[in-house]
Design a protein around this ligand. Structure first.
Ligand SMILES: CC(C)(COP(=O)(O)OP(=O)(O)OC[C@H]1O[C@@H](n2cnc3c(N)ncnc32)[C@H](O)[C@@H]1OP(=O)(O)O)[C@@H](O)C(=O)NCCC(=O)NCCS
Length: 207
């Protein structure tokens, strides 16, 4: 069921709600701290969107930063691109690429199109700022189970199966449906992301 939403930039006064949402949406080891959320909001508020119900309850949020990207770059991990979640160390206002730092939707509100709406806001922002690229290093939450299911399974087999449509990885599907291209696997992408066996997938969209 889709519910009416107001999508707007977060304010520092929303940080308590943001923290509650972060805790509900992410496993303990992958959660951002309050200070990291404040860092993302203070450094680039324009790129930090929240989805609010008509009662001003925050049920989804997505943050971003600007980086400098070249198609010749090797794939960089989320840890490197964000200095392990601190965009005050990595945000480059003069860069050419919007990098998606984080997105989550409250588990009670999954599959209602909220993640996609937040991503569309980030894509509009990239257009508005005349950036050339949008980059995301997506999680692969089904990878760990895939690897455990057969000793011969490799991460590259998982990606090949996703590309052939034999395996649906919903997060990847979300970005494919928004026009992103899958570039390649990133080992040690996000530490503590056990579901993804610490791998990520570099995905790019040219604006
Ligand atoms: C990833 C996440 C943000 C998606 O949010 P959501 O609001 O449930 O996503 P949406 O309902 O907008 O779905 C977006 C798209 O994802 C894809 N998708 C979602 N669930 C899917 C499923 N079960 N099977 C296939 N595709 C699926 C579809 O392409 C869908 O678009 P469509 O409905 O137009 O076909 C949410 O699952 C989440 O918070 N996960 C935990 C944190 C996380 O892993 N963040 C991602 C970091 S890369």
């Amino acid at each position: 069921m889709k519910i009416p939403l107001n999508i707007r930039n977060l304010e520092l006064s929303d940080i308590n709600q943001a923290m509650l949402l972060e805790k509900a949406a992410w496993s303990h080891d992958t959660q951002a701290t309050r200070v990291q959320l404040e860092d993302r909001l203070t450094i680039f508020k324009e790129g930090f969107f929240g989805a609010f119900t008509t009662n001003e309850k925050l049920i989804g949020m997505a943050s971003s930063q600007i980086i400098t990207y070249s198609p010749n770059d090797s794939f960089k991990s989320w840890e490197t691109l964000t200095s392990s979640g601190w965009i005050s160390k990595t945000h480059q206002p003069q860069g050419n690429c919007l990098h998606f730092v984080s997105i989550c939707v409250h588990p009670e509100n999954h599959h209602q199109g909220i993640g996609k709406k937040l991503n569309k806001e980030r894509l509009h922002l990239a257009e508005k700022l005349h950036l050339k690229y949008v980059l995301t290093d997506t999680r692969l939450p089904g990878l760990s189970s895939f690897l455990k299911s057969n000793i011969n399974n490799l991460p590259k087999d998982y990606l090949a199966a996703i590309k052939k449509g034999e395996i649906i990885e919903p997060v990847v599907q979300m970005y494919l449906s928004l026009g992103f291209q899958a570039l390649g696997l990133i080992p040690d992408c996000m530490k503590s992301d056990e579901e993804s066996a610490n791998f990520g997938l570099a995905m790019l969209k040219e604006i």
